[in-house]
Structures are given as structure tokens and as C-alpha cells.
Design a protein around this ligand. Structure first.
Ligand code: M6R
Length: 595
């Protein structure tokens, strides 16, 4: 997710300890590299590398850094692998400016080429450096610093927050577009951060700038101006009263609930990133031309691959084989070759089962690509290239936002394979927010009603089949109840005998499959089951199911994706009602690096 922190003091002082402490408070966002820069009397001191905060701080003696202004940054790689040169902050060509960002600049690749052509010294692949050169470009053209920053804002596309300072100055400047940023005002200093936790121990007096505003920070005051016309905007400071723990969880009681509510934002960022990624088209070509196309993962990532395979078939008319990684080794690896393509899907990029399958595929010469959240993980290094999921750190063990972004990535790839306009997918974030709003109270009351049951089913068909599998996995994982996910049409082939009065059965109803789902509903209803239907508003579903949990209208593929949100909420509420901690379910760990 990356995090930035900046500090402006009234005098030169030991800033190292302040920057290290602030970086430590940002670590919960996830990171692979750390850097710090101080500025004073015409000099910039920059120290950075990959690794943990304490290790990088010790290696480069960051504690001894002094200055009147300082910046620290924690990097979560998306553009460019984790490395010293890609770590942030970054310098401009001459070393006069230093800046850092969090988020993604999606036209990074094009802008870098322009800056190189304009004669600037571009040292890394990182988009944080691109932000610095974007300002440098206008300085080179003779603009004042504040105007250069305003013009740079217009050139940088994506979702990010950015801070920059000059060696010979007494201020820092910052702006944001789509990402969070908070300004702190203390006694004899001002500061800024990607979010509140790194500011709170210093001051509870904050200003929250909006997109399209430039903030100038002096030690004793802060000025907010509009990017558009440079006019000053009056923003009064507010006093924050929440505890540090509540702030880290964004005011939510658990990370899982916070991450469920982050899904719209990370989906928006992902779609922007895919629009700007040079890796997408070559991958799409490989997928289209493959003899056989395999989508390989475990657990939740396998479910995303399964939804993806339905999208690819429905939209692009191509068969894609979703397969659990260990089964890939047993069933397909002996038969694959260089004409085949495999996409290995993993949140962590470290799941041993997935890496074993990758090794088996590579031995046979198969073309191997990845989808992973943790850039710099083994999977991202071992595949030809790996698309980032762009979710930031997922702390809660149950995967939520990484699942939906895996599914969005497959939907995006299926659109591109089919030659469809991906603009239509920009509706997804808003539809996700609407879904959460629409279903929240009803899901909580259903959770209460069925919480006494320790056995249930979750059924789907087509694209909602794997959504049902995912809902069942979430329910098992954090409620410790048995919940089986199944193709709805299979239920009559055996499990029907388990139905008794009140037995909960959840149906994920795809908008094109309503008649089929209704047959399933009636089959179990006449035997006493309590039927909970997740689908779009439909008089037939309302007349047949006991509860209809309505999700917004969209097309069949997006609708399937939206259907997982009520299931995530249901499992969350049931887990909390049972007195469990959904973030850290017993016996499980976030990353499974064992066979
Ligand atoms: O990191 P990965 O996506 O490779 O992990 C695979 C599974 O262990 C993981 O998806 C697991 O099923 C989830 N924690 C379930 O919520």
C-alpha cells in the first residue's frame, strides 16, 4: 500500500529518530523497502534500501540523520521490483529536490520515456521518481516551484499522494489524487502522512486535504491552495479523539471489515493500473494463442481462477482450465508443453503448493505468468511477468479485497481477449459500495437467525458457482461451522438428504440463471430448508426464496462478483457473534509456505 510521512521543523534538529518512529507506525500498511531523506541548508541526505525498518535504519544509521525537513517512505512494490534504486524517496536529476509518493501513477511508463527524452536523469522504474521529474520538467521550463507542482499534478494520472521538498527552502509541498493524506499541526512543527496512525503520537490537530489541493507546510503554518487556479482554500484543523488501535483499523472493529470496505477503492486503483500496464496486451495475446490455458491457485485464489475461467469462456469464447495447484502437478503437468500458458494466482506469492506447480510447469517449458498481491514475492520473481493485484497489505487472514481484485483482473483480461471496451468495468467500484450499503442490515439479521446452525450449504451456477465455493470457504474459515459450497444442480444428487426443518441453504443467483435457481430453491424448500437468495431484484426470486438479499443490477459477470460481498459480511458477522476473532482464525496462517 506504501506510506509517506513528512516533517517540517522550525530549526535544524535530529530528525532520524522522528522519521524511524513514523515509519514504524506505517508498517501495518505493508512494505518491502524503507527510505528517509532530510533537507537542510542546501543539502539533501538520502538513505534507503529494501528490508524492514529496523534493519534499514541500522544499516544506514538513519537515527543520526539531521535536518530542518524530513521525509520517510515505506514502499510496497508495484512498478519495478523491490530494490535499493526503486526504494523511495527519489531525487531529481541534480539532487536539488527530493520526493516520495504512495499509490500508483498509471502513466508512469510513458512519462519516464518523456523525461529521458527531455534529458533528465531517470534512475529507477519507480513511479515515485516519476512524480519528482514531473515537477522538475516545469522547473526546467522556468516555472516557480508551486506552479511547477500544480502543472505536474495535471500530468500524473492514477491514485496517489505525493510530498516533495527542495534543498534550499524551509517548506514541504504535498498533494493527493484518490489516495488518503492527513496533515498534522503541532507545537513548532507540522507534518503529513498517508494516514493518521503515524501522526497521532505527535499531534491530534489535523487537516484533511481533498483531491486537487496543494498543501504547503511551514514549521508554524499550513496553506492549502487549489491546483486549478492557485487560489487559497481555508481549511480549519480538527481534533482527532479516536484511539490508535481504532485509527489503524480505520474506525472498524476488525481488519476484515475494514478490508471488505476497501474493496471499491482497490478495484478502482487496479483498473487504472491495468489500463496503464504495458504487460496486459502481451499477456492477452499469449492467452488467446495458447493451446491450453490453465488458471492455477489454492483456496480463495483458486476460486478467483474458477470465476475467471467462466468469464473467459462467456466473454472471449475460450476454454480456460481452473485447477488447484497440487492437482495441476498430478493431472496436467505431465501433458503440458511450451504451447500452453499458465497463470498462477496467489495473494502472497509464497504459497508452496503454487510454487511447486510453477516448478513442474516450467520444467515442461510451459509459459508461466502470475497474478500476485505481494510484488517481490517468489512468484513475482519466478514467472515471466506477474500482474500486481494492487490491494496493499491484507492483514486479516480471510482474503477479501485480494479475492475481488483477482476476479476483477480476470474480468479485465476476458474483456481484452474479447476486444470489449474495459471502460464498462469502471462501474464496478461504485456498484461494490452500493452493494455493501444495500445488504448490510439484512445480512446482519440473517446472521443472527442462522447462527445456531453448524452445518449449511452455499450453492451457485455458472460464474456464481465459484462465488458459492468462496462464500462457503469464508464461512468455514472464520465461523468454524461446516459450510459446503456446491454447484446448485448437484445438490439433488446426494446432499438433499441432509435437509431438515430450518436447515440454511444460500443460493447465489446469477441474473441469467433464475429459472434454474428457482428449481433448486423449491427442491429444498418443500423439505423444510430456509432459503437465502443473493441476487438482483426479481419477482420470481422474491416469491420463491425465504430471504432475497438484493444486489444492484449489472451484467451477469459483474453481478456474480458483487454476490461475494454479502457472503463476506455474513461470515464476518457470524464469526463475531460466535465470539471469534475473524482476523486471526484458529489453526490458520495468512501465508502457507509448507507442502
Ligand atoms: O496467498 P495465496 O493466495 O496463494 O493463498 C492461498 C490460500 O491459502 C488462501 O487463499 C486461503 O484460502 C485464504 N486465506 C482464505 O481466505
Amino acid at each position: 500500500m506504501c506510506g509517506i510521512f513528512g516533517y517540517v521543523s522550525s530549526k535544524e534538529e535530529a530528525l532520524g529518530p522522528i522519521l524511524i518512529a513514523a515509519a514504524e507506525r506505517l508498517t501495518y500498511r505493508g512494505y518491502d523497502s524503507v527510505g528517509a531523506a532530510t533537507m537542510n541548508n542546501g543539502k539533501v541526505d538520502l538513505r534507503k534500501d529494501t528490508g524492514k525498518v529496523d534493519a534499514v535504519a541500522a544499516k544506514y544509521n538513519i537515527a543520526e540523520m539531521r535536518g530542518q525537513r524530513g521525509i520517510t517512505q515505506l514502499r510496497w512494490a508495484t512498478f519495478g521490483e523491490p530494490s535499493q534504486v526503486n526504494s523511495q524517496p527519489h531525487l531529481d536529476s541534480t539532487g536539488d529536490m527530493v520526493g516520495a509518493h504512495n499509490g500508483n501513477v498509471v502513466n508512469n511508463v510513458e512519462l519516464r520515456l518523456e523525461f529521458i527524452a527531455e534529458g533528465m536523469t531517470v534512475r529507477s522504474q519507480n513511479d515515485g521518481e516519476t512524480c519528482v521529474h514531473a515537477v522538475e520538467r516545469y522547473i526546467n521550463r522556468g516555472y516557480e516551484f508551486i506552479d511547477a507542482i500544480r502543472l505536474a499534478y495535471g500530468d500524473l494520472q492514477g491514485d496517489y499522494a505525493f510530498v516533495i521538498g527542495r534543498a534550499n527552502d524551509d517548506k514541504l509541498y504535498a498533494f493527493k489524487k484518490g489516495s488518503g493524506m492527513v496533515i498534522g499541526i503541532g507545537e513548532g512543527f507540522t507534518c503529513l502522512s498517508s494516514d493518521l496512525p503515524s501522526i497521532l503520537p505527535l499531534t491530534r490537530n489535523v487537516i484533511r486535504p481533498q483531491d486537487g489541493e496543494i498543501v504547503t507546510l511551514w514549521a508554524d503554518r499550513v496553506e492549502v491552495r487549489s491546483v486549478k487556479d492557485g487560489k487559497q482554500i481555508i481549511r480549519m484543523p480538527e481534533t482527532v479523539t479516536e484511539s490508535m488501535d481504532a485509527v489503524q483499523k480505520g474506525g472498524y472493529p476488525h481488519f476484515m471489515l475494514k478490508e471488505i470496505h476497501e474493496q471499491a477503492q482497490v478495484a478502482r486503483e487496479l483498473i487504472h493500473l491495468l489500463d496503464g500496464s504495458p504487460d496486459v496486451q502481451p499477456l492477452v495475446e499469449k492467452m488467446k494463442n495458447a493451446r491450453h490455458l490453465y488458471l492455477i491457485g489454492c483456496g480463495t485464489s483458486y476460486h478467483a481462477a474458477s470465476v475467471g475461467s467462466v468469464y473467459i469462456a462467456q466473454l472471449a469464447g475460450r476454454a480456460a482450465i481452473p485447477v488447484l495447484a497440487p492437482q495441476f502437478i498430478a493431472q496436467y503437468a505431465p501433458a503440458v508443453g511450451y504451447e500452453d500458458v499458465g497463470i498462477f494466482v496467489s495473494q502472497s506469492g509464497e504459497t508452496k503448493d503454487v510454487l511447486n506447480a510453477l516448478e513442474a510447469a516450467e520444467k515442461r517449458g510451459m509459459a508461466c505468468f502470475g497474478l500476485a498481491n505481494v510484488v517481490g514475492s517468489t512468484l513475482t520473481k519466478a514467472t515471466s511477468f506477474c500482474l500486481p493485484l494492487c490491494c496493499g497489505y491484507e492483514i486479516s487472514v480471510p482474503a477479501t479485497k485480494t479475492f475481488t481484485n483477482q476476479v476483477v483482473t480476470f474480468l479485465y483480461l476476458a474483456y481484452r481477449m474479447a476486444g470489449r471496451n474495459t471502460r464498462d468495468l469502471e462501474l464496478i467500484p461504485e456498484l461494490m459500495n452500493q452493494t455493501l450499503e444495500m445488504v448490510a442490515p439484512q445480512i446482519e439479521s440473517i446472521a443472527k437467525d442462522i447462527n445456531e446452525w453448524n452445518d449449511m450449504y452455499c450453492l451457485g451456477y455458472g460464474a456464481t458457482y465459484a462465488i458459492a465455493l468462496e462464500g462457503a470457504l469464508k464461512l468455514k474459515e472464520i465461523t468454524y461451522a461446516h459450510c459446503e459450497g456446491m454447484l446448485s444442480t448437484e445438490f439433488k444428487h446426494g446432499p438433499l438428504s441432509a435437509v431438515s426443518k430450518g436447515f440454511p441453504i444460500i443460493f447465489c443467483a446469477g441474473s441469467n440463471d433464475v429459472p434454474l435457481i428457482i428449481s433448486g430453491i423449491n427442491e429444498v424448500k418443500v423439505r423444510g430448508a430456509r432459503t437465502i437468495v443473493i441476487g438482483e431484484e426479481d419477482a420470481r426470486l422474491r416469491a420463491n426464496g425465504d430471504d432475497l438479499v438484493v444486489i444492484p443490477k449489472s451484467d451477469a459477470q459483474i453481478s456474480a462478483l458483487l454476490g461475494v460481498l454479502p457472503l463476506q459480511l455474513l461470515s464476518y458477522h457470524m464469526s463475531v457473534m460466535r465470539g471469534f476473532d475473524p482476523d486471526f482464525p484458529r489453526n490458520l496462517s495468512k501465508t502457507l509456505t509448507v507442502d
